[in-house]
Design a protein. Structure first.
Length: 254
């Protein structure tokens, strides 16, 4: 019964967070895209972070809400993975592409919305909340859960397409990205790993004149594939490394 309650609350909260703004915004006369970047992030955080935290507080109590969302893990580990694995993109784009002509507050606002918030908000809602609750608490098959949430994740990026071919490309790239981010979260048991990778990948993409959509051109994808390959190699090493024995003092204390 508890699993059923968690599943229902999780799915309803997720659907409300993702789709309710589409109905509420016109009623409020609000166009989120026209808000200042800081206000946009705060408004979206009410839906994508506030609602999940509220739901988790109701299910487990407010003290467990943040750990259940996945934020209790090591941020340093996530930053190291994010910076280290995206070096091929940063160095490759620096060698091949020109820096963006956008500068100053406009660039800072774009990075806040398109990199920082995209990574934090999307990974927290899709991976930390939806994937985390359904796999850890409800015991849904993790691969099936990844495929479902990645499909929803991909459709949310269709605004980047302008015809059928570009729509197919955007769906394929973002769906694959969703599966990859979900696998990283499961493998590391650390939400900051996909969050930081997402943030830095988007940031390097935006700092250079790479592409206006998630598909990109040949060189954009060469360096992106190198980043993904590096993250996969690091993750496989992490999963296969010998486990360190517990310190003697800790064993005695236990």
């Amino acid at each position: 019964m508890k699993k059923l309650v968690v599943a229902i609350v999780t799915l309803l909260t997720f659907l409300v967070a993702v789709y309710a703004p589409r109905f509420v915004n016109p009623w409020l006369g609000l166009v989120p895209g026209q808000l200042a970047p800081g206000l946009y992030v705060l408004y979206m955080a009410l839906w994508w972070l506030g609602l999940p935290l509220l739901a988790l507080s109701g299910l487990y109590g407010w003290r467990r809400a943040v750990p259940e969302l996945g934020w209790q893990a090591s941020m340093g580990e996530g930053l190291a993975m994010g910076l280290g694995c995206t070096l091929p993109m940063l160095l490759g784009y620096l060698a091949v592409f020109q820096l963006t002509s956008i500068t100053g507050p406009v660039l800072a606002g774009s990075l806040l919305r398109g990199a920082v918030w995209a990574g934090l908000g999307e990974e927290t809602l899709f991976r930390g909340f939806l994937f985390g609750q359904l796999t850890r608490r409800v015991r849904f098959p993790w691969l099936l859960t990844i495929l479902i949430e990645s499909g929803i994740f991909a459709t949310g990026h269709l605004y980047q397409s302008h015809d059928l071919a570009s729509a197919v490309g955007v769906l394929a790239v973002t769906f694959g990205g969703g599966v990859w981010f979900g696998w990283l979260y499961k493998s590391w048991n650390n939400l900051w790993v996909p969050i930081c990778l997402h943030i830095f990948m988007n940031a390097w993409w935006m700092l250079f004149d790479v592409s206006d959509s998630a598909v990109g051109n040949l060189w954009a994808n060469v360096f992106r594939v190198l980043t993904i390959a590096l993250s996969v190699a690091a993750t496989l090493w992490y999963r296969r490394r010998p486990q360190q024995p517990a310190p003697a003092a800790a064993l005695v204390a236990a």
